[in-house]
Design a protein around this ligand. Structure first.
Ligand code: NAD
Length: 269
């Protein structure tokens, strides 16, 4: 792979598993120095395993603990990154979770947990990244853009999702967070885009692919007839972080094997 991200510093939140781990590996393979974020002590080993894979392939990075829903922890994470690396070039706002329930049974705690991580976490990290991009100004030696933010959204910013109202609401809100930021900071050459994955094989949706019956049922929703892999998302993240996508900002890019163009989605929900 071309080292299109050589000399750039990238933070990937929620990177000890799934899509965040895949994106970290892809960005590192493209030359970025990656900060592999994990939320709590219990996920440190998994984050270290991701970093070990990166370094044994010749990549560079560190692991860093931070709960993205906590303002003080996000502030400290960004201060540490600037102290160690001088600045940040790329933020991948990936951390996310689900707390599923029928709407009539959904507790305020389930609602708040999802909004706190999936939405407020992206707000806090995006704000810290924008502040750093504005403080530092352009770095034409590494990129045409002053900074790049990639928000991990979902097909569920567009497809309603019964039984997952808190999750769908958080992703719908990410669409407007992303577009409004792209509008507000375009004139400072800060690019903000969303990746909207369909079904990607990760721990978050294990129930949807871990048995043959579940997998076959999932395939009725996916015209391309395979589940997505974290590497698919990693490839898109490299493109969105690089100057190859220099004229793209404010875009939601769907990467879903055709899920969003399948008319019968609701028949299978
Ligand atoms: P995952 O469960 O493997 O990854 C989520 C990561 O977020 C985990 O590593 C977890 O430790 C981390 N995390 C949770 N709370 C955190 C916090 N407070 N601070 C920092 N990190 C925290 O699942 P995934 O599928 O890799 O999900 C990654 C992102 O992709 C999420 O935003 C999810 O909504 C989105 N997504 C996934 C799919 C899919 O099919 N897998 C589809 C659409 C969107």
């Amino acid at each position: 792979m071309d080292k299109v991200l050589d000399g750039q510093i990238a933070l990937i939140t929620g990177a000890s598993s799934g899509i965040g781990a895949g994106v970290s590996k892809s960005l590192a393979a493209a030359g970025a120095t990656v900060i592999v974020n994990y939320p709590v002590a219990g996920t440190k080993e998994a984050a270290q395993a991701v970093l070990d894979e990166i370094t044994s392939a010749g990549g560079k990075g560190i692991i860093a603990q931070c709960d993205v829903s906590k303002e003080d922890e996000v502030t400290k994470l960004f201060a540490d990154i600037v102290a160690q690396f001088g600045t940040l070039d790329i933020l991948v706002n990936n951390a996310g979770l689900q707390r599923d329930a029928k709407f009539e049974d959904m507790t305020l705690e389930q609602w708040n947990t999802v909004i706190d991580v999936n939405l407020t976490g992206q707000f806090l990290c995006a704000r810290a990244a924008i502040r750093e991009f504005l403080r530092r100004g352009p770095r034409p030696e590494v990129s045409s853009a002053t900074g790049k933010i990639i928000c991990m959204s979902s097909v569920h910013e567009q497809i309603p999702w019964a039984g997952h109202v808190n999750y769908a609401a958080s992703k719908g809100a990410i669409k407007m967070l992303m577009q409004s930021l792209a509008q507000e900071y375009g004139d400072r050459q800060i690019r903000v885009n969303s990746i909207c994955p369909g079904a990607i094989q990760t721990p978050i949706n294990k129930d949807a692919w871990s048995t043959t019956q579940a997998y076959n049922s999932l395939m009725t929703l996916i015209p391309y007839n395979r589940i997505g892999k974290p590497q698919d998302i990693g490839n898109l993240a490299v493109f969105l972080a690089s100057d190859q996508s220099d004229y793209i900002t404010g875009a939601s890019i769907f990467i879903d094997g055709g899920m969003t163009v399948l008319e019968s989605f609701s028949d299978n929900g």
